[in-house]
Design a protein around this ligand. Structure first.
Ligand code: GLA
Ligand code: GLA
Length: 692
């Protein structure tokens, strides 16, 4: 069988070589030096020198430096300035911009410009243009109009990024590279279709295997030639849809590796290479674990759009991003007050932009970069928030960012090299995200909201909560693991989870768990499929709810499952009350002790009060120690490392809040030792525990 999923592609070398296993020394080896991305807190903006006369650059950079910035991101849309016509290159301006930034003590992240091919390129090579899922070929005028699968486009991309790297390789203030920007749309052009067929052959080997795994006897879908298999973004056979997602992931991997390898061959080892995965942290167009595994650093864009910061959802998104590589991350873009694309592109409240930056840091972000420094005088984004106006003078938000810059400079020495550390993890996984989204069954079934319903009570109790991959994150460091929506459970995953429980871990599974296998095919056993025997229980039937039903002392909505214990030692934790008739009096939550560990199955989407009780009980059973209590509107975040423990507090509410600390701590921003802090609305405190 060749179907074992592997994103390692033949002939493509990985940058990070295998880490040699160190022999055990009597004396512990010195801590590894911090990588450049995490050696301090980074503050900066996206800046587009190609849009301005060079005479304007020094004042831009002077004002950046004066705001406390230490990094600037440039280059990611400037292909037509770097290669004005085919084979005619001009990197002089780019090198001058990088050197001028160095004069102002600003480090540089260089973006490759492959999101915006020049007009000459798409005119000469129309075959590099993307074909969307409906079969329409895109044209010039916007961005991201290229085909990720075009070998010609990849060769052109390799050429321009290699030349950029050559031009900049000796510039000491370049610290990192960003490939493209916000990978978004795959392409359905003929070349991509050929790659799809090759992918299927490599994954399945024979059409018989493919037909069996997708159950194509259904609706006469049986394929007798490879090129009969559809290639579009319509709805179709769920096995086919899941495979298409894996193919798209592999196409993005190849697209990025092409540039990564070209750059890495030229630049020094200390510079990082990242892909900015964009503003939709939860988006699931492709597998973000696979994409970031290949890179040195995870980065994303933190935008509110309309309205105001939702601390739970935004904080959880940071945690998701931190979980992609299980390392600190960068916020490559965030809004300087407002955007231009939201239904109402309102301004954040005074202090909210700063609070948002500290929330990113509290959740493991080491960098906050604003998009953008200064708006181009024309183009699609003239209405976006920025730090300076078209006159190059500071806008009102500049003062807030400058205050942030001063605070980040104070906090940087204590925060560098620290990360959130948790004894609790939420598991998520893209195959399950896809599988449920393909067949929602209830229009309001929102997996992110389901995850957040578990996240909230955990985060209320703890300074840090991990969100990591169900497929390959190490589990033994966690006392409690919650898998809210693991619809697809492969045999390997079932074994990992069962080993965790047998090793003393506490596992909670949410509804719809273990229903599908790796081909998005129904498991032949009842849910939770390969974990049903460990649970000693199963799902008799699932119900999409059109009305709330009573469960325990509260209610469930949207989804409820009727559970049955099948082992004598499986206990019923909660039952349904008067419900839809089918569910009345039946088990809603069941649990079984396995040695020192346990497995619990929650069959319904329960209200917040019921969830809080469930989570509180699970934390107590698992021995998870709560952090110190803070008022409801205050968010507590913790980072640890380098022998330091840091607490970050943000008051997201509108009234002043006083937080009593469990011990005297150093107030990093205000100075002095404190036993309590009072936070105004949007107020932030950074506190360091004294060394013991
Ligand atoms: C229709 C079709 C069936 C099936 C059902 C599902 O009636 O004839 O093949 O798709 O809907 O409700
Ligand atoms: C995205 C892009 C940027 C810019 C901003 C505007 O995040 O990466 O180029 O368009 O949105 O909010």
């Amino acid at each position: 069988m060749i179907r074992k999923l592997s994103f390692a592609l033949a002939g493509v070398a990985l940058i990070a070589g295998a880490v040699p296993v160190a022999p055990s020394f009597a004396k512990p080896p010195a801590a590894a030096p911090l990588r450049v991305a995490e050696e301090r807190l980074w503050l900066g903006s996206a800046w587009y020198p190609e849009q301005w006369p060079e005479s304007a650059w020094p004042e831009d950079l002077r004002l950046m430096k004066a705001s406390g910035a230490n990094v600037v991101r440039i280059g990611e849309y400037a292909w037509s300035r770097m290669e004005p016509s085919e084979g005619k290159y001009d990197f002089g301006w780019l090198v001058r911009a990088v050197r001028l930034a160095a004069k102002y003590d600003l480090r540089v992240v260089v973006g490759t410009p492959t999101d915006t091919p020049p007009a000459w390129l798409t005119q000469t090579y129309p075959d590099t243009l993307q074909v969307d899922g409906t079969g329409k070929r895109l044209g010039h005028g916007g961005r991201r109009q290229f085909s990720i699968s075009s070998q010609r486009y990849r060769a052109l991309a390799r050429d321009i990024v290699s030349r950029m790297a050559q031009a900049l390789k000796d510039e000491p203030n370049v610290i990192g590279w960003q490939i493209g920007n916000e990978p978004t749309d795959e392409s359905y052009d003929p070349e991509a279709r050929a790659a799809w067929v090759a992918w299927l052959k490599q994954r399945y080997g024979t059409l018989d295997a493919l037909n069996a795994d997708w159950t194509t006897a259904y609706w006469s879908q049986t394929y007798t030639a490879w090129d009969q298999v559809p290639f579009n973004n319509d709805k179709g056979n769920p096995g086919w849809m899941l495979e298409l997602k894996r193919f798209i992931t592999a196409q993005w991997l190849e697209f990025h590796r092409n540039q990564r390898d070209a750059i890495r061959a030229i630049i020094g080892p200390k510079q990082f290479i990242t892909v900015n995965l964009g503003g939709l942290g939860w988006a699931n167009r492709f597998d973000r674990y696979a994409i970031t595994r290949d890179l040195d650093l995870a980065s994303w864009d933190d935008y509110v759009g309309s309205g105001h910061l939702k601390p739970d959802r935004n904080g959880a998104t940071h945690d998701l991003v931190r979980g992609w590589k299980r390392q600190n991350f960068w916020v490559m873009e965030t809004q300087p007050g407002f955007v231009n694309w939201a239904p109402v592109s309102n301004m954040l409240r005074p202090g909210e932009t700063r609070a948002m930056a500290w929330q990113a840091i509290g959740h493991g972000g080491d960098a906050v970069l604003y998009w953008q420094w200064r708006n181009a005088l024309n183009g699609q984004e003239t209405m976006h928030g920025s730090l300076v106006g078209p006159d190059g003078r500071p806008l009102p938000i500049y003062a807030e960012v400058s205050a942030l810059g001063a605070d980040m400079a104070k906090a940087s020495p204590v925060l560098a090299g620290t990360s959130p550390v948790s004894s609790v993890a939420l598991l998520q996984d893209y195959p399950s995200r896809w599988a449920i989204d393909f067949q929602l069954h209830h229009r309001d079934y929102d997996q992110i909201e389901v995850l957040l319903s578990y996240y909230r009570p955990l985060k209320d109790a703890l300074g840090a909560v991990d969100i990591v991959s169900a497929s390959d994150a190490p589990l033994d460091r966690y006392k409690l693991i919650v898998a809210p929506s693991l619809n697809v459970i492969t045999d390997d995953m079932a074994k990992r989870l069962a080993d965790y429980v047998r090793g003393g871990g506490h596992l909670i599974l949410g509804p719809r768990s273990g229903m599908k296998d790796e081909f998005n095919r129904l498991q032949p056993q009842r849910q939770p499929g390969p974990l049903a025997s460990l649970l000693g229980g199963r799902v008799e039937q699932f119900y999409a709810l059109d009305e709330k039903v009573a469960v325990g002392s509260g209610t469930a909505s949207i989804w409820a499952e009727q559970l049955t214990p099948t082992a004598p030692d499986t206990k019923i934790l909660l039952t349904y009350g008067k419900a839809n008739g089918w569910l009345d009096g039946k088990a809603a939550v069941i649990t079984r002790k396995i040695g020192k560990g346990s497995i619990t199955y929650v069959g319904a989407l329960v209200d917040d009060a019921v969830m809080t009780t469930l989570i509180d009980t699970a934390m107590a059973d698992a021995g998870v120690v709560r952090d110190f209590a803070v008022p409801a509107d205050v968010e507590l975040m913790t980072r640890e490392g380098q022998g330091r423990s840091i607490v970050i507090l943000i008051n997201h509410g509108t009234a002043n809040q006083t937080v009593m600390l469990p011990e005297a701590m150093t107030d990093v921003l205000a100075g002095g030792q404190v036993r309590s802090v009072t936070l105004k609305t949007q107020g932030v405190a950074v506190l360091a525990k004294s060394k013991r």
